[in-house]
Design a protein around this ligand. Structure first.
Ligand SMILES: *Cc1c(COP(=O)(O)O)cnc(C)c1O
Length: 395
């Protein structure tokens, strides 16, 4: 390796640092939970995607241990060679039933599911119309396919229609609209009823990545389409957020779509099968989630309480109903100062700034969780008020 190459890496790292964009990882000494130990101190955690509080649930741990003992540790194979156990098919069938789709196919992560989806399904003759704020994995997945690409401004239905019209005018054979169900930086829901209506008008398919919704939005937590009373043609999602928080992703949809993906999806063909422990815990997570109206009620009750408390303290919030509740600070330095002060005061939150959000739109993204108690929330609200005054954000 040349010195010049490593010097180039060092210079890039220095630039990241100088721009105030260097990310440092805090080390957590406990399991993921509403309160975690960091650096010998207990802090309230408001930045996990642990919406239903299942990340350390005893039933999931028991299911994982039992599966490891009965089915082994690893598969040492991709699915199609010798990596498919009955468990894998059971989880795929279970996910499909839960999401009201014909079938589903598992991946190592939703990042892989989104990376796998577009290339086998869409060719040069086709078009994909994508929301500008879609998750990085959708953007990468679309880059890997040969379809013509059209992008519309976030949730701008006039622009979506203009792009659909352009795709039709360019002679597209099939058109797929791709959107996040929930945009994770804002907690805004995709405008699925309007998207569905435009899809009908322009004869397009609708693909929804529902990572920040499956398990808790809509009846039985079936996700954003169910919440808004519309159907998606293809859904992608993760086991790494509300459904247990470990890892694993999936695509759910019509039988021929799933069958073709099993033949052609590269992250499925060329990457290892999920281990039995993860698969069994996924089934155990669905057992809990399907009947978890109490957890969902608690989650949205917490979200309403937290939102009202922050608003009363004088913080500037983005409107919404989702348990992602961003506190707008606009300035990256303010967001970092606020997060640092909150950590001193025992509250763990993450500041978001460019390039994760647009310049001048820095924020602290707080996330609610069904396991947070009133005591946790009241303590965190007091810390927010204190930190707001200490940093001069609140007058
Ligand atoms: C978290 C997330 C992913 C990635 O999911 P993993 O299973 O962690 O790879 C993909 N899309 C969206 C919208 C997400 O929020």
């Amino acid at each position: 390796m040349t010195t010049a190459f490593l010097d180039h890496m060092r210079a890039t790292l220095a630039e990241i640092e100088a721009d105030g964009l260097f990310k440092r990882e805090r080390m957590i000494a406990t399991p993921q939970s509403t309160r975690v130990q960091v650096g010998g101190r207990e802090v309230i955690n408001l930045c996990a995607n642990n919406y239903l509080g299942l990340a350390n649930h005893p039933a999931l741990i028991d299911a994982a241990i039992a599966a490891m003992q009965a089915h082994g540790f690893g598969m040492a194979s991709v699915r199609f060679i010798c990596g498919t156990q009955e468990l894998h098919r059971a989880l795929e069938a279970r996910l499909a039933k839960y999401l009201d789709m014909d079938d589903s196919i598992l991946f190592a992560a939703c990042f892989d599911a989104n990376g796998a989806l577009f290339e086998p399904l869409l060719g040069r003759e086709d078009a994909v119309v994508s929301d500008a704020l879609n998750h990085a994995s959708i953007i990468d997945g679309i880059r890997l396919c040969k379809a013509r690409r059209y992008r519309y401004a976030n949730s701008d239905m006039d622009d979506l229609e203009a792009q659909l019209r352009a795709a039709r005018a360019d002679g597209a054979r099939h058109i797929m609209i791709a959107t996040d169900g929930v945009f994770s930086m804002d907690g805004y829901l995709a405008r699925l009823p309007e998207i569905r209506a435009l899809a009908e008008r322009y004869d397009a398919l609708v693909m929804v990545d529902d990572c920040h919704a499956t398990g808790f939005m809509g009846p039985q937590g079936r996700g954003t389409p169910a919440h808004l009373g519309v159907r998606a043609d293809i859904l992608t999602g993760t086991l790494g957020k509300a459904l247990g928080g470990a890892l694993g992703g999936y695509i759910a949809g019509p039988q021929p779509v799933i069958d073709l993906l099993r033949q052609r999806a590269r992250p499925y063909l060329f990457s290892n099968a999920l281990p039995p422990a993860i698969v069994a815990a996924g089934i155990a997570a669905l057992d809990i989630v399907e009947g978890a109206d109490d957890l969902r009620a608690q989650l949205f009750d917490n979200a309403a309480y937290w939102r009202a408390g922050l608003a009363a303290a004088g913080f500037d919030l983005l409107p919404g109903e989702h348990p992602i509740i961003p506190v707008m600070l606009y300035d990256a330095h303010k967001a970092q100062a606020m997060a640092a002060r909150l950590f001193d005061l025992g509250v763990y939150v993450s500041p978001f700034f460019f390039p994760v959000v647009p310049k001048g739109q820095a924020r602290i993204r707080t996330q609610m969780n069904a396991a947070l108690t009133r005591k946790d929330l009241d303590q965190a609200l007091a810390a927010f008020a204190q930190a707001g005054h200490d940093t001069g954000i609140l007058s």
